[in-house]
Design a protein around this ligand. Structure first.
Ligand code: SPV
Ligand code: MG
Length: 433
């Protein structure tokens, strides 16, 4: 009887190397190709330029492929258990790096029933590398980047974002990948926080850093990344100014602005009622939202209204009245904020809002109520979870400790163990990025 051969494809660019390995695999038996889901690809590599159905059609029409199936995760487990292939084929490039534990799991699963792993030498090819680089560059084009947040939201239901305030923090948000239990995890988007952008410039978070400077930060991040951007627009400023901000952000390829319903001198929400803060009137804030929606030119851009009622201790009822008024005014989403350690008031808001509105995306920033997992937020009806300041809050103490160690010892030797090696810092950023 003919053997069954299984191979997984995670690429959306088919080139000669792929045809070559398909030909070799087909010679070993009846070839089934697993096509990685859009969700798995976007958390493993990058957002696919060609979607699942199209990839399925292309690959199933290649000579030598007898069947195509979906592979939902990077892990082969589900499909191996279901299909029990005699042979699994892969390039030998997965012996190291992110895919190493996936390979080990495949070997263990094959050993359970005497299946075989066949690895063909992986050939690095400059043309293929150039195609991949080109695909990445496509993702960074403003039109492509802007629309991707909506696509990710509808694909995943709940997405996450981490703060970025510079090129290097943008790269961390872009590239950090973790493999756990056969799944890969990456951040979906970046949050350009007013707190972290101001802090990086040594300034307080009071709308002192002007828009031109905030745009410069976005530009620095955009130059070296491809992921969608959510911009912290503070109060949005005067309505007459806000409409220009919306148009500029949209042109740059930012996907979403979140503005908070405060007025006058804005202070950071995490101060709560310890400082004087004034909430905007519902009428005025609705006018700002309406003006912003009217100013935007594309369908992709989103304006999210952030409600400060819980922060300012004005009560749940006030928060809900505002939420429904702001969505009626055209807000594309609601961010509800709290500085309580317990997530109870956030959960209560989400439950009550969802009783009347099942669709409008809800955004949370769990800096204080940080014990809740993304999975629980999703189950309760939250759509965007933003880690708003953790890179700044971890990076700053590390630098401060190093500075103190040098001062104390009148030399840098003792600080060396706290630092990356010179070789690592020199090669951290590739020259042709
Ligand atoms: C920010 O990151 O700047 C925010 C979130 O606006 S918070 O600091 O919690 O107000
Ligand atoms: Mg802010």
């Amino acid at each position: 009887m003919q053997k069954t051969v299984y191979m997984c494809f995670s690429t959306d660019i088919i080139h000669g190397g792929h045809i070559n390995i398909i030909n070799k695999a087909a010679q070993l038996g009846s070839l089934v190709i697993g096509i990685l889901s859009d969700e798995a690809i976007s958390s493993y590599k990058r957002y696919p330029l060609v979607d699942f159905n199209e990839r399925k059609e292309i690959i199933s029409s290649i000579h030598g492929v007898s069947k195509v199936v979906e592979q939902k995760n990077l892990s082969y487990k589900e499909n191996i258990k279901r299909l029990k292939p005699d042979i699994i084929v892969h390039g030998d490039d997965w012996k190291t790096g992110v895919q190493k534990p996936i390979r080990e799991e495949v070997i263990a699963l094959l050993n359970e029933y005497g299946g075989e792993l066949v690895e063909f030498p992986y050939s690095k090819n400059e043309v293929h590398d150039a195609l991949e680089k080109h695909a990445r560059e496509q993702l960074a084009i403003p039109d492509m980047r802007r629309g991707r947040l909506k696509k990710l939201l509808s694909m995943k239901g709940c997405i996450n974002a981490i703060e970025a305030h510079s090129g290097i923090t943008g790269l961390i948000a872009e590239k950090t990948t973790v493999v756990d239990d056969g799944k890969t995890y990456q951040f979906d988007a970046m949050w350009v926080s007013s707190l972290c952008d101001s802090t990086a410039k040594g300034k307080p978070d009071i709308e002192l850093v002007d828009m031109t400077s905030r745009f410069r930060t976005i530009d620095d991040i955009m130059e070296v990344t491809t992921k969608p951007i959510i911009f912290d627009g503070d109060t949005g400023g005067l309505t007459e100014h806000f409409v220009y901000t919306v148009k500029s952000l949209e042109r740059m390829g930012v996907s979403m602005i979140i503005i908070e319903d405060k007025t006058g001198l804005k202070k950071n929400s995490l101060f709560g009622t310890e400082v004087e803060q004034t909430q905007d009137s519902i009428e005025n804030f609705c006018e700002k939202i309406k003006a912003g929606k009217k100013a935007q030119k594309t369908k992709d851009f989103m304006i999210v209204a952030r409600i400060e009622s819980l922060i300012l201790e004005r009560g749940m009822e006030d928060a809900l009245i505002r939420a429904f008024a702001f969505t009626s005014a055209g807000a594309d989403g609601i961010m509800i904020h709290s500085r309580k350690k317990s997530p109870d008031e956030i959960f209560e808001f989400v439950e009550k809002f969802r009783q009347k509105d099942k669709l409008t995306p809800i955004v949370v920033v769990p800096t204080s109520f940080n014990s809740v997992t993304e999975e629980e937020f999703k189950d309760r009806g939250v759509n965007i979870v933003i880690y708003a300041n953790q890179l700044t809050r971890s990076g700053f103490p590390a630098m401060q400790r190093t500075a103190e160690t040098i001062l104390k010892n009148h030399r840098a030797k003792e600080a060396d163990d706290m630092c990356m090696s010179i070789k690592d810092i020199l090669t951290l950023i590739p020259e042709d990025y």
